[in-house]
Design a protein around this ligand. Structure first.
Ligand code: M6R
Length: 614
């Protein structure tokens, strides 16, 4: 987690780094810091709190210089405070480092360095690393790049680092293992960042380091890439970025989350654009077309993911089994990787990840590959580690998702997974032509139906106001909408800090029903298709225990309206596509409740957008 930014060139580094940190704040926001070299000295400011706090703190230092690094932190080692914030100096004061990741063996290295007289002012693993680099540099009498390479061979863990030496201010050394690192290449200037958003207005050319690679970035020279293990030469692969500035700004919305909720009609359309050809009865997806037999001959599909992506995986389980008749297991990546799972070369593993950087999902991919499974990625961030590590894949094309709470990632993941399931259903011949066409045509109507679902926003705001002070909430759904209930509960707890549980509606009577009284709001997904009558019975059960019922229903529904305290309508669609609509009001509800409770919607406490530690 954590975001890192660096600049070396001819412009003032300060505004570039501060703006860059603000764009990366989604990655961690408990403390922040900046170090600038003014031609003579390093000026450093760091503080507990957000980048905004850092801006105030930095008014106490000189903001001059065209070389600098900055950091926004999600604490792993040491509490969030000023001292533990990055950047960190080496003992001599010559070297400065920023780090995203964890050095697992830092304690033994720290002991060794302490014996040699090193003093540590923070509790961080990062301060240990910068001093290890200094020690290697001194004892081996080598240049900074070589010292970084030798030092990294002694550490166990994950890192994206940037280091510079004030005695050699034309150079920054960066390295990566496990955490992302992009280098923006301009004319006579270089940018370093955890993703490309900090430098998108300056250059479209970027190099993404692979794991175990480092780069020596020197002004006036080409960047030199080396393998950390043996110092052999690696060759930079320069990518042309597609991202634009508009996509990473709020565009008039109060929060990124709201903007991203409203972007869903466009995002879903972009996800199927060029793939779904309803008029020709065709779905084109290169990653599937080229590996079709792997899927159709698979014993089973294993889906691994975390959080919201895991919920999209659960929806996919229903879709794949129902439409394509392929057996599916959905696993939390964090459990799967440590469970010694049975995996064979007849299995296909689908890894779902918005960021493409989630450490547990990445580890699950590596494990499945070792065991011979074919691994397919569904990612949003182009060029991300998971996108590169998988055998094939399909991007979701949602555009940058900056709010920590996933919204458009969820609906676009479901869109991609639906396209895959339909393709496989066709290839396996388990679907009639008529049914296949019906699905393709209906999928094309979804963006407009999402627009309609968004029109309930004013009503949802009123309902949010009624329940904003609740301490507990239940979310119930059945079949395809059970994962939507889980997702609704996750959205509420992560941004409004209200305890919420998602349950399959029928499971309620096996325990959670004991919680229901007049103070318990129960959000029930009760759309017309999919166990409607059974859900209506569950609603009766809640009502007879005086629970407050907020139901998501199909447009025109009368039966539930008579029972529920509030109803929110969504347009009618095919059962398997309902999650794309029913999730919308639940996202808006969480959003409004969080705003009303004065919570930080885009950066909820203790969380980070991209979870690159396990
Ligand atoms: O980037 P990923 O999709 O791999 O991230 C997985 C989870 O960390 C993520 O979905 C998380 O649960 C979100 N904050 C949920 O809104």
């Amino acid at each position: 987690m954590c975001g890192i930014v660096g600049y070396i060139g001819y412009r003032d580094a300060f505004p570039i780094i501060i703006k860059g940190l603000q764009r990366l704040e989604y990655r961690g926001y408990d403390s922040a810091g900046i170090a600038l070299f003014d031609g003579k000295d390093i000026n450093l400011a760091k503080t507990k709190g957000k980048v905004e706090d850092l801006k105030n703190k930095a008014s106490e230092i000189s903001q001059k210089g065209s070389l600098g690094v900055g950091h926004t932190r999600w604490a792993t080692h040491g509490v969030p405070n000023d001292v533990n914030s990055h950047p960190h100096y080496s003992n001599s004061g010559d070297l400065v480092i920023i780090h995203n990741g964890i050095i697992e063996n830092y304690e033994s290295i720290k002991k060794e360095l302490s014996k040699r007289g090193y003093i540590f002012s923070s509790d961080t693993d990062t301060e240990v690393l910068v001093n290890l680099i200094e020690e290697v540099k001194k004892t081996e009498d080598v240049m900074l790049g070589k010292a970084v390479q030798l030092a990294l061979n002694q550490v166990v863990g994950a890192y994206a680092i940037a280091v510079f030496d004030k005695r050699k201010p034309d150079e920054i050394v960066v390295a990566k293992l496990g955490s992302p690192l992009a280098i923006g290449i301009g004319e006579d200037e270089f940018f370093i960042a955890s993703d490309a958003s900090p430098f998108i207005e300056f250059t479209n050319n970027a190099v993404y380091l692979e794991d175990e690679e480092m780069a020596i970035i020197r002004l006036g020279k080409e960047i030199k890439l080396r393998k950390i293990k043996d110092d052999s030469v690696a060759y930079p692969r320069i990518l042309e970025l597609q991202m634009n500035l508009e996509e990473i700004e709020k565009g008039g919305y109060e929060h990124f989350m709201l903007k991203e909720i409203y972007e869903q009609p466009r995002a879903i359309k972009d996800t199927y654009r060029g793939r779904l050809h309803a008029d020709q009865g065709l779905i084109r997806m290169a990653g599937i077309d080229q590996n079709l037999e792997k899927f159709t001959n698979a014993n089973r599909i294993i889906i691994v993911a975390c959080g919201t992506s895991w919920h999209a995986g659960l929806v996919a389980e229903y879709i794949f089994e129902d439409l394509a008749r392929i057996s599916v297991e959905v696993e939390y990546a964090s459990e799967f990787r440590y469970r010694n799972p049975v995996i064979t070369d007849k299995d296909v593993l689908i890894a779902i990840s918005q960021s493409g950087e989630t450490a547990d999902t990445l580890a699950a991919i590596k494990l499945a590959k070792e065991k011979g499974a074919f691994v397919f990625g569904v990612c949003n961030v182009v060029g991300s580690t998971i996108a590169r590590e998988t055998d094939a894949g399909a991007y979701t094309h949602a555009g940058p998702e900056i709010g920590v709470a996933s919204t458009k990632a969820f609906t676009t993941q479901i869109t991609v997974l639906t396209l895959i399931a339909l393709k496989l259903a066709k290839a396996k011949g388990v679907f009639s032509e008529t049914k296949y066409h019906e699905y393709l045509t209906e999928l094309e109507t979804i963006p407009a139906k999402v627009e309609r679902a968004l029109e309930s926003n004013p009503l949802i705001e009123i309902i949010a106001n009624v329940y904003k002070d609740s301490t507990n909430c239940l979310y119930l759904g059945r079949g395809y909408n059970f994962p939507v209930a889980l997702e609704g509960a996750l959205k509420l707890k992560e941004i409004s800090y209200i305890h919420a549980e998602g349950y399959p509606a029928a499971e309620m009577k096996h325990g959670p029903i004991a919680l229901i009284d007049e103070h318990m709001p129960v959000f029930v997904i009760a759309t017309k298709k999919g166990h409607y009558e059974k859900v209506v019975s569950n609603i009766q059960e809640i009502k007879s225990r005086k629970g407050k019922i907020i139901a998501i229903v199909t447009e025109g529904d009368e039966q539930v309206r008579d029972l529920a305290d509030h109803v929110i309508e969504v347009p009618e669609t095919l059962e398997s596509l309902t999650p794309l609509l029913t999730t919308i009001p639940l996202q808006l509800l969480s959003y409004h409740i969080a705003v009303m409770r004065d919570c930080n919607v885009d950066q909820p406490r203790n969380l980070a957008k991209s979870v690159t530690v396990e």
